[in-house]
Design a protein around this ligand. Structure first.
Ligand SMILES: N[C@@H](Cc1ccc(OP(=O)(O)O)cc1)C(=O)O
Length: 148
């Protein structure tokens, strides 16, 4: 079964692009990945520190931010929000997304928790977010694989 994964954060320049790049880098068959933000500008690049910490892992990022749209919701088989606040907003705006929207942590670990915002932090802050997301994505891949 193929999966279309949508990661959602606030500005779509830090957490969700990083999660999407980490998952894409696995180059899994039958898996498409996108990201969007609940309060995002259109067309911004990923933050400089995101590019730096992904490059440290050999991942080049080409990114243009975008606001979460109805077409993204319809496209996705799974929507992974970075925080419970994002999840709530998504479901408020798009009630039809309820059954397929989770926080990334609740889907992966079965318990609530947020991936906090590195926005404005040092490169070390971004590295911590990358490492946190990398673990989550590794578990996610295992979990989705089991569901295929
Ligand atoms: N969009 C907000 C800032 C913002 C940007 C990125 C951000 O991080 P993330 O992309 O991880 O949600 C959070 C907030 C602004 O223009 O000030």
């Amino acid at each position: 079964m193929s999966h279309r994964i949508l990661f959602v954060c606030t500005g779509n320049t830090c957490r969700s692009p990083m999660a999407a790049a980490l998952l894409k880098s696995k180059q899994l068959p039958d898996l498409e990945v996108k990201s969007a933000g609940v309060f995002a500008a259109e067309g911004s690049d990923a933050s400089l520190h995101v590019k730096t910490v992904l490059k440290e892992k050999g991942i080049e990022t080409k990114h243009r931010s975008s606001m979460l749209k109805k077409e993204d919701i319809d496209w996705a088989t799974h929507i992974f929000a970075m925080t419970a606040g994002h999840k709530q907003l998504i479901i408020e705006r798009f009630p039809e997304a309820k059954e397929k929207t989770f926080t990334l942590k609740e889907f992966v670990f079965g318990k609530q928790g947020d991936v906090s915002d590195p926005f404005g932090g040092s490169v070390e802050t971004y590295r911590k977010t990358r490492d946190e997301l990398e673990k989550l994505i590794d578990h996610l891949v295992r979990k989705l694989g089991g569901n295929q």
